[in-house]
Design a protein around this ligand. Structure first.
Ligand SMILES: [Zn+2]
Length: 448
C-alpha cells in the first residue's frame, strides 16, 4: 500500500489525554498504520495530503447502533412514543424486512457515519426475519470500508410468553446459539488490526430468557468475544426487571455473568450509585446514546458520575428509528450539552466529550491497544476536519470542534485507506444506494 503523508495540520488532537494537542505536524501512514509524527517530514515518494487549515483527530468510534433501522426513520406512530410503545409500533414493520432491507439500510447508515467522522462502528442486529442474516451487514461494512464490530443479537421471549416482541420475530434459543457460533467462526478476527470483530448480544432482558443471557455469556467467554445488550434504558425497563426478576438491572447482569471488561451495555440511563460502582469495579463498559435517550424521553445518563467512578464510557448514535440521525459528531456535541443540562457548564469539556467519542469508544470495544489515538504504532484511522468553513469562522479555538466545528469530515482514513476525500464519499455511488433505500422504504410502507 502506498505511503501517505498528511502534511501541515493546524492541530492534531492525539487523545493521549483529552487536552493533548500538537501543532503544525505531519503524519506518515504506511501499511495501514501511523508510523511517524513530526514537523517538516520528507515526502519521500508518499502521496501528500495537504491538511493546512484542518484539525486531525482519531476516527470517531460508534459503540451502539442498529443499522437496519435506517429504513424506518420518523415513522408516524412511533414519533412520540416511549420505549415500549415505540417498539410495539415498529416490530410489525421490521418483521417485513429481509436480506435486501438489511444490506441497503446498513450501506446507508455506514455511509452517514463515515461522513460524520466515524471509522469504527458496532452494530446490534437482533431480528432475522425472512432469511436475513448478520452476513448482510458484514458485507455492507466491507463495501464501505469501516472497521466493524457486528453483534449477533437475538429475541426469544415473544408476546405469548410475557415478552414484548411479537412471536413472529423471536427465535428458538438453541438456533440462536448455533448461529452465534457460526458467525463468530465465519467473521471474528482476533488480530490487533482486525477489520471485523463479532460480539454476542441478546437484545435486552425484556426480550430473552435468563437462560439465554447466561448461556450467551458462557459462549462468548469460550470463544473469546465480547458481550453486548441494552440495560437500564428507562424507568419502564427498570420496573420490568424488578417485577420479573426481583432485582435491579445491575444485579441481574452481575448474576448472569454480564459484567467485566469484555462486556458493554447500551444506555444505562438509570444506573444507580451501587450499579455505577459495580461497573467501575468490573470495568464493564457503557455505550452512551444521548440523542436516542432524548428522543425517547428516557432521561439523562449519569455520565459524569460514571466517568468519575472509572466506568469505561463510549458513544453511540443508537438506531435511526430512535435518533433519527446517524451523525456521530453531532452525537458527541449532544453528550457534552446533556451533561451540562444535568450538572452545570463545567460538567464536561469539549475535549473530554471528543475523548469519549474516540479513545473512550475504542477502549469500550476492546480496541484501545491500537485504536483511538494518533500515535506511532496505532492503526491509521483518522478524521480530517476542515476548520475554514462557515461553522468555524470566528472561532478563537478551532480545535474545540464540538463547540464550533463542521459536523462532516473533509477526509476519512480507515486502515490507511481513504473512505471520504474532499467531502466526497468514495466507496460507491451513494445517490444510487439512497434511491434503492427510498424504493425499499416505499415498498415497506405500502404493505402496511
Ligand atoms: Zn439500541
Amino acid at each position: 500500500m502506498a505511503e501517505i503523508l498528511i502534511r501541515g495540520a493546524d492541530t492534531v488532537l492525539t487523545m493521549e489525554t483529552p487536552e493533548a494537542r500538537l501543532s503544525q505536524v505531519d503524519i506518515r501512514l504506511r501499511d495501514g498504520a501511523i508510523v511517524e509524527l513530526g514537523q517538516g517530514l520528507d515526502a519521500d515518494g508518499a502521496e501528500v495530503v495537504d491538511a493546512r487549515g484542518c484539525v486531525v483527530t482519531p476516527g470517531l468510534v460508534n459503540t451502539h447502533h442498529h443499522l437496519y433501522q435506517t429504513l424506518t426513520r420518523a415513522v408516524p406512530g412511533a414519533q412520540d412514543a416511549l420505549l415500549f410503545g415505540w417498539l410495539r409500533t415498529l416490530y410489525p414493520i421490521w418483521a417485513r424486512f429481509g436480506p435486501d432491507e438489511m444490506h441497503v439500510s446498513a450501506l446507508t447508515g455506514l455511509a452517514e457515519l463515515a461522513l460524520s467522522g466515524c471509522t469504527m462502528t458496532s452494530d446490534h442486529l437482533y431480528l432475522y426475519p425472512n432469511g436475513a442474516r448478520l452476513d448482510d451487514t458484514v458485507a455492507a461494512a466491507d463495501a464501505v470500508g469501516l472497521r466493524f464490530h457486528p453483534t449477533r443479537g437475538a429475541m426469544s421471549i415473544g408476546e405469548s410468553a410475557g415478552g414484548l416482541p411479537p412471536d413472529a420475530l423471536v427465535e428458538d434459543e438453541d438456533a440462536i446459539l448455533e448461529d452465534c457460533i457460526r458467525v463468530v467462526d465465519a467473521f471474528h478476527d482476533p488480530d490487533p488490526a482486525a477489520m471485523v470483530r463479532v460480539g454476542i448480544a441478546p437484545c435486552s432482558p425484556f426480550s430473552v430468557s435468563r437462560e439465554l443471557m447466561r448461556d450467551a455469556a458462557l459462549l462468548a467467554r469460550d470463544k473469546g468475544v465480547m458481550l453486548h445488550t441494552h440495560l437500564a434504558e428507562n424507568d419502564e425497563d427498570v420496573a420490568y426487571s424488578l417485577a420479573q426478576f426481583g432485582c435491579r438491572p445491575g444485579q441481574y447482569a452481575e448474576d448472569l455473568g454480564w459484567t467485566g471488561p469484555d462486556v458493554w451495555h447500551a444506555h444505562c440511563v438509570k444506573l444507580d450509585g451501587a450499579e455505577i460502582d459495580l461497573f467501575a469495579r468490573t470495568r464493564t463498559g457503557v455505550a452512551h446514546c444521548p440523542c436516542s435517550n432524548c428522543r425517547l424521553g428516557s432521561g439523562i445518563a449519569p455520565v459524569r458520575a460514571m466517568r468519575d467512578a472509572g466506568v469505561p464510557v463510549g458513544l453511540g448514535v443508537d438506531g435511526s428509528a430512535s435518533n433519527d440521525s446517524g451523525n456521530l459528531a453531532a452525537e458527541a456535541r449532544m453528550s457534552l450539552l446533556l451533561q451540562r443540562v444535568s450538572r452545570g457548564a463545567d460538567a464536561m469539556s469539549p475535549a473530554e466529550a471528543l475523548w469519549i467519542a474516540t479513545r473512550g469508544g475504542a477502549e469500550v470495544l476492546g480496541r484501545g491497544d491500537v485504536l483511538g489515538r494518533v500515535a506511532p504504532g496505532f492503526r491509521a484511522d483518522l478524521a480530517i476536519w476542515d476548520t475554514r468553513g462557515v461553522e468555524t469562522a470566528g472561532s478563537w479555538d478551532p480545535a474545540a470542534l464540538l463547540l464550533a466545528g463542521p459536523s462532516r469530515v473533509r477526509d476519512l482514513y480507515v486502515e490507511g485507506r481513504a473512505v471520504v476525500r474532499d467531502g466526497e464519499f468514495l466507496p460507491f455511488e451513494l445517490p444510487l444506494v439512497l434511491e434503492q433505500q427510498r424504493t425499499l422504504a416505499r415498498r415497506l410502507a405500502s404493505t402496511l
